[in-house]
Write a protein that binds this ligand. Structure first.
Ligand code: IPE
Ligand code: IPE
Ligand code: MG
Length: 258
């Protein structure tokens, strides 16, 4: 946020951020970063605001982090926006969450196009309200030829359902002679998942202090580096993101080797 009383401080902050960005770029950037954006409700509660105010604030963070991820050279950013279990929430909150993609893309789609971002989605499209789906599909259409960051929204996504559907699909293809037992392996099974075509996440970030996956990308996260922070999603900023990447860069990945 700009500090009007102290312009020097602003300059200082942005130059620190620039330095940090450059330092990060000198080392290996995670190709795919996935984020469980959690803590919007608690952020609002702390301010005696309705939960939806937290979701609205969280949307602005999506824009900031997307821009930064693109800038530092992340190839794919997957954001968990709504789980298959989130339908359990009060109708008013669910309705609001379902309006957010329209609001977000209504405001920021031109910017995403400009920044060469490609919008994608994983999750069950069928049960989304038609206006929500229309907004997402329009964004996917208008950005399909972009070759910068892939901004992948996990919307009405659930990993167990995804795996179960993959298994059912494999069974169908087996019955129809499209795949045989020998051809079924980790690689071919991956192509039946909603993430077909995307690399597995290198780094998973979860905000708000919860240390769990909440049914997110259970197959894909097998060897992902996990990063948990107490910061609530609406408070998550550029510095927090760079800190997470810095931590990732200090880890040693072994994939079972030595
Ligand atoms: C994350 O924030 C956003 C969604 C799950 C859609 P929450 O709404 O879960 O916030 P908390 O966990 O209640 O604070
Ligand atoms: C996970 O957060 C889903 C999203 C961030 C979209 P939740 O807030 O729904 O997870 P739980 O209920 O705390 O496990
Ligand atoms: Mg939560």
């Amino acid at each position: 946020m700009l500090d009007k009383m102290n312009p020097w401080k602003n300059k200082n902050n942005s130059s620190i951020l620039r330095e940090q960005k450059n330092a990060i770029k000198e080392q290996m950037i995670p190709e795919h970063v996935a984020i469980i954006m959690d803590g919007n409700g608690r952020w609002a509660k702390k301010r005696a605001l309705p939960r939806i105010a937290g979701h609205h604030e969280g949307m602005k963070v999506v824009r900031k982090i997307t821009k930064l991820a693109n800038e530092v050279g992340v190839k794919t950013l997957t954001l968990y926006a709504f789980s298959t279990e989130n339908w359990k929430r009060p109708k008013m909150e669910v309705d609001y969450l379902m309006k957010l993609p329209e609001e977000f893309l209504g405001t920021f789609l031109p910017e995403l196009v400009e920044e060469n971002v490609r919008v994608e989605m994983i999750g069950y499209k069928e049960s989304l309200p038609s206006a929500t789906l229309r907004a997402i599909e329009k964004a996917m259409r208008e950005t399909k030829d972009n070759n910068g960051l892939i901004l992948n929204f996990a919307l009405n996504y659930g990993s167990r359902a995804e795996i179960l559907d993959a298994v059912k699909h494999v069974l169908d293809d087996y019955k129809n002679g499209i795949i045989n037992e020998k051809e079924l392996n980790e690689e071919s099974l991956s192509t039946y998942l909603m993430t077909n075509g995307l690399s597995d996440p290198d780094l998973l970030i979860r905000t708000s202090g919860e240390i769990r996956l909440s049914n997110f990308m259970l197959w894909q996260l097998a060897y992902t580096e996990l990063y948990f922070t107490d910061v609530l999603w609406p408070d998550f900023d550029e510095n927090h993101f760079l800190e997470a990447i810095g931590t990732y860069q200090s880890r040693q990945r072994r994939f079972g080797g030595v």
